[in-house]
Design a protein around this ligand. Structure first.
Ligand code: C2O
Ligand code: CU
Ligand code: CU
Length: 472
């Protein structure tokens, strides 16, 4: 409630045994205590008011990823906050209930600043969400948990390493809510987990592993909140910046057992050069990191006896249907095409455009209130790109020419997976794919508002795989 003061700065934290780790973070005050990267919890319609003070010695911002805001409040690189300066963000939260996030977004330095720690979660709640929570009986912070999961490259001195001008920054350690070797003492029952892939570049195939087998879970929501219905899944791809809302049932797991939240191995499809997924030149920067697509464990649930007497309902309490999503526009829409490709110089392009080389001015204009279909083609000699649009959530219409692993997960004849049926702000486009998304450009703002369309592989973004567009 009221205005929150956030200070972007650096401080030492005991994350690993031994030497402290300098973590860049947004420091907020809660009950007189400093909190690093506080989770912001807002009701739909409530006003977010944040005063950002930059105590770093380089420009930064706070970008409200996934939220419907005007340009002045978007926190993109168009409005950097210089060292020592302040900026006030104030807007009404117009999004559906769901897990969103905020992070630094200065042009050219987003990868470094997020890797160093400038990222936090933002939970939006509304009436539907509150009813669901009451029905499931899962207390927030106990059995309903946000998990910001990211890999970091840590050196032998426990410092976070980042190389300016880096490519695909993957790490050798996993932090879950800024905690290394994370585990949770869990009771046999339902847990609701809101998971953010906060990695710079790493994609995961998430699954719950118990005694070598997979524990199924229910996917109930994505970036922009609840799906229309839950889907029972065994695994799910999650790209950088994407969020999922899942319910997992530990009631069949014996006390004393452990369940791992893991990323299973998958075909990484790093087809952009001859080096393949092991890419020796990349791995040299990341000693100890598993290559993209290789299996890794993210956190552990250790089953303990339930002595809490708290009321939680069984899996039968998960509703069979949630509210319908806004209909997908398909008629009378302008069609815009985007091609993702690598040029001969090794630069990632969106329609031949690279922001680093071609500049920040808007490349195209969209009429406010119109609906458009964007058709995004990824070259075959490419890699998976998590493509993100600022300011607007979108729906997927179709995936075509998908790789076999993606095709195998389709549940519609348009090639969409359950994850694709949600409201999204970030979508992974696999090599060779053609993906159509529908965007409704209605918004309550006036005048020219500029936004970004970019790859959320942060090294691609920083190296120019981003274009500005204007809504007018
Ligand atoms: Cu998560 Cu342009 O950002
Ligand atoms: Cu964003
Ligand atoms: Cu990319």
């Amino acid at each position: 409630r009221g205005e929150l003061a956030l200070t972007a700065g650096s401080a030492d934290f005991a994350i690993f045994p031994g030497a402290a780790t300098a973590l860049w973070h947004y420091a907020g005050l809660h009950d007189g205590k400093a909190v690093a990267n506080p989770l912001l919890r807002l009701q739909h319609g409530q006003k977010l008011q944040v005063n950002l003070h930059n105590a770093l010695d380089e420009a930064t911002t706070a970008h409200w990823h996934g939220l419907s805001v005007d340009e002045a409040n978007d926190g993109s690189g168009l409005h950097p906050v210089q060292p020592g300066a302040q900026r006030r963000y104030a807007f009404n939260v117009a999004n559906r209930a769901g897990l969103y996030w905020y992070h630094a977004h200065p042009h050219g330095n987003t990868g470094k600043q997020i890797q160093r720690g400038l990222a936090g979660l933002l939970l939006v709640e509304d009436a539907q969400e509150n009813a669901l929570r009451a029905r499931l009986g899962l207390n927030w912070g106990e059995r309903d948990l946000p998990l910001l999961i990211a890999d970091k490259q840590i050196d032998s001195n426990n410092s976070i390493v980042y190389k300016d001008g880096a490519d695909d920054w993957i790490g050798n350690r996993i932090l879950v809510n800024w905690t290394a070797d994370a585990y949770l003492d869990a009771v046999p029952g339902l847990y609701r987990l809101r998971i953010l892939n906060g990695c710079n570049a790493r994609l995961w195939r998430l699954a719950f592993v118990h005694r070598g087998g997979l524990l199924p879970f229910q996917l109930i929501g994505t970036d922009g909140g609840l799906l229309e219905r839950p889907w029972r899944l065994q695994d799910i791809f999650l790209g950088p910046a994407q969020r999922i809302d899942v319910i997992v049932d530990f009631s069949t797991v014996a006390v004393g057992d452990r369940v791992l939240l893991s990323s299973l191995d998958y075909m990484a499809m790093e087809n952009e050069d001859d080096a393949g997924p092991l890419q020796p030149h990349l791995m040299a920067d990341h000693p100890g990191a598993v290559p993209m697509g290789a299996a890794q464990d993210l956190m552990e649930f250790r089953l303990v006896a339930d002595r809490s007497q708290r009321r939680s309902f069984g899996a039968a309490a998960i509703p069979a249907r949630f509210q319908p999503l806004p209909p997908v526009a398909a008629e009378d829409c302008a069609l815009r095409q985007f091609k993702l490709a690598l040029d001969a110089e090794g630069r990632w392009l969106i329609n031949q455009w690279n922001m680093y080389f071609n500049g920040h001015e808007p490349v195209f204009r969209v009429r406010r209130g119109s609906r458009e279909i964007w058709e995004i083609h990824n070259a075959l000699a490419s890699m998976p790109h998590p493509i993100h649009v600022h300011g607007f959530q979108f729906r997927l219409l179709s995936r075509r020419i998908s790789p076999p692993d993606i095709r195998a997960r389709a549940v519609t004849d348009t090639g969409l997976s359950p994850h694709d049926l949600g409201l999204l702000d970030t979508v992974v486009i696999w090599p060779g794919e053609i993906v159509r998304i529908a965007i409704d450009f209605s918004q309550p703002f006036e005048g020219v508002q500029r936004y970004m369309l970019h790859c959320h592989n942060l090294e691609h973004e920083d190296r120019g795989m981003m274009i500005t567009f204007a809504v007018d």
